[in-house]
Design a protein around this ligand. Structure first.
Ligand code: ADP
Ligand code: GLC
Length: 477
């Protein structure tokens, strides 16, 4: 049995902005189910949702700041959650990374450096919690200083750093390094310095005992100049310690047979009932209720990574066909505005919901026929897995975790019951358009379509296998 401290800047259902929240809310649970003693540590943001009582556990001073630690429970698990409470840093309205106006918090370096320092104190059992970690599992740049700071400790726990997205690195001007009072021995090109900047993510990439990322393909891709962001050399140098482990999904929360957000429950033996969800989605979004029109869903952060622009180019052309689109997302204002303008011009074809809406996300997964993920790159991606589980055929670009979790529908893969989606190669609007046309043709072939649905709904996307892989990784350190 290992004592695992799982460190994340977000975790569902407390707070979530993307897939990291999904993973941090479900992997700790899966590890606990394998008999491990897991603690999840999160900042106590103002926006956090809590379930039941918060218990005060202890307080400590770090960097001249007083911090309280509260305890709660990850719902439906025996994972204890430790919330790091520092109102000046975490007590304002906004999301974990952005203030209410949508700008990066100006003190992000200070906020997450403090979070990292507290994590180290807890891991080393210096926070009066009478608990010492064997493994500290860190996630993304916000936690990158943890392995770096732990490297100075005697008898320290082992550290694992998981890359969920190498594009976000936590880069700050060099003077932050000094104002944060970090140990001088970290300030080297083979430490946390990155071309004269302070790089939080390098704290993880250089100092963690093991590095993981969230799919096999992405583990290869980040070792190339194309997706390595100038860190490919470092990652290649560390590739004996770098592993790709595909994410699992929370199969309780994303289950069409029990999902409380959706209009009608269904499973692989009652796929026809999906039509009720389609009608309910069309009605909710003000689209003509018509079962014969294929509905495309998309739920995403609206940023360049996700290939929204590839879709925007061809939407008006697509609207000449009998199709409907249900889009949900938020992000770059330029994308938001373009999408809203199109929705105003084609109200019978396109519904755009700007914002974050958990319930609508589930309804789109259940009600859409086809799900779009034309990502330029995608470390893992969660929605293509949710889609397959909901009998909604994903169209994905062949990159990262999308390539590892969706099998393209070709005559032979349909015949041998492995096909579960439509995969295209090039990140350009024409290739996406071709893939959409291919999906529309398949949609006309009820037999083939049902095969794809059955295959997707029968796949095992649970954490079972991947949690075991993390466990053997921990055991091997
Ligand atoms: P990323 O983490 O890069 O944003 P993922 O596919 O890994 O992409 O995970 C995104 C997660 O966030 C999914 O669970 C998705 O349903 C959810 N999500 C994204 N945007 C929204 C939104 N506007 N409303 C509700 N859920 C959203
Ligand atoms: C990141 C990636 C996404 C991945 C998620 C969870 O946000 O962009 O592809 O699924 O992390 O690992």
């Amino acid at each position: 049995m290992k004592k695992i401290l799982f460190v994340s800047s977000e975790a569902h259902p407390f707070i979530k902005t993307g897939g990291l929240g999904d993973v941090a809310g479900s992997l700790p649970k899966a590890l606990a189910e394998l008999g491990q003693e897991v603690r999840l540590i999160l900042p106590n943001y103002k926006a956090i949702k809590t379930f039941g009582e918060l218990h005060f556990l202890s307080s400590l001073r770090v960097d001249n700041m007083s911090v309280n630690i509260f305890e709660t429970q990850l719902p439906d698990s025996n994972v204890k959650v430790w919330l790091i409470d520092q109102p000046e840093y975490f007590g304002l309205a906004g999301n974990p990374y952005l203030d209410e106006a949508g700008n990066d918090w100006s003190n992000n370096a200070e906020r997450f450096a403090l979070f990292c320092r507290i994590t180290v104190e807890i891991a080393m059992d210096r926070a009066h919690l009478n608990w010492r970690a064997d493994i500290v599992h860190c996630n993304d740049w916000q936690t990158g200083l943890v392995p770096a700071l732990l490297s100075f400790e005697q008898n320290r726990p082992a550290s694992v750093f998981t890359i969920h997205n190498l594009a976000y690195q936590g880069l700050f001007p060099a003077n932050k390094f000094y104002s944060l009072n970090l140990p001088g021995r970290l300030w080297y090109p083979d430490g946390v310095e990155f071309h004269g900047m302070l790089s939080f993510i390098k704290g993880g990439l250089v100092y963690a005992d093991r590095i993981t990322t969230v799919s096999h393909t992405y583990a290869q891709e980040i070792q190339t100049p194309e997706l390595g962001y100038n860190l490919d050399g470092l990652l290649t140098y560390r590739n004996n310690s770098l592993f790709g482990i595909i994410n699992g999904i929370d199969t309780d929360q994303w289950n069409p047979a029990t999902d409380n957000y959706i209009a009608e429950h269904y499973d692989v033996n009652s796929i026809d009932k999906k039509a009720v969800n389609k009608a309910s989605l069309q009605q909710r979004l003000g689209l003509p209720v018509d079962d014969s029109i294929p509905v495309f869903g998309l739920i995403s952060r609206l940023v360049e990574q996700k290939g929204i622009d590839l879709l925007l180019d061809y939407l008006p052309e697509l609207f000449a066909m009998p199709v409907q689109f249900a889009l949900l997302g938020s992000g770059d204002h330029a994308f938001e505005n373009q999408l809203q303008a199109l929705a105003a011009a084609y109200p019978e074809k396109l519904s755009v919901t700007i914002g974050y809406n958990e319930g609508l996300a589930h309804s789109i997964e259940a009600g859409a026929d086809i799900f779009l993920m034309p990502s330029r790159f995608e470390p893992c991606g969660m929605n293509q897995m949710y889609s397959q589980r909901y009998g909604t055929i994903p169209i994905v670009r062949q990159t990262g975790g999308l390539a590892d979790t969706v099998q393209d529908a070709l005559p032979e893969t349909i015949a041998n019951h492995t096909a579960s989606g439509v995969v295209f190669n090039e990140a350009n609007p024409g290739s996406l358009f071709e893939a959409i046309k291919r999906a529309l043709l398949l949609y006309q072939n009820k037999d083939a379509w049902r095969k794809l649905q059955v295959q997707g709904m029968s796949k095992d996307f649970s954490w079972q296998q991947s949690a075991k892989q993390y466990l053997s990784l921990y055991e091997g350190i």
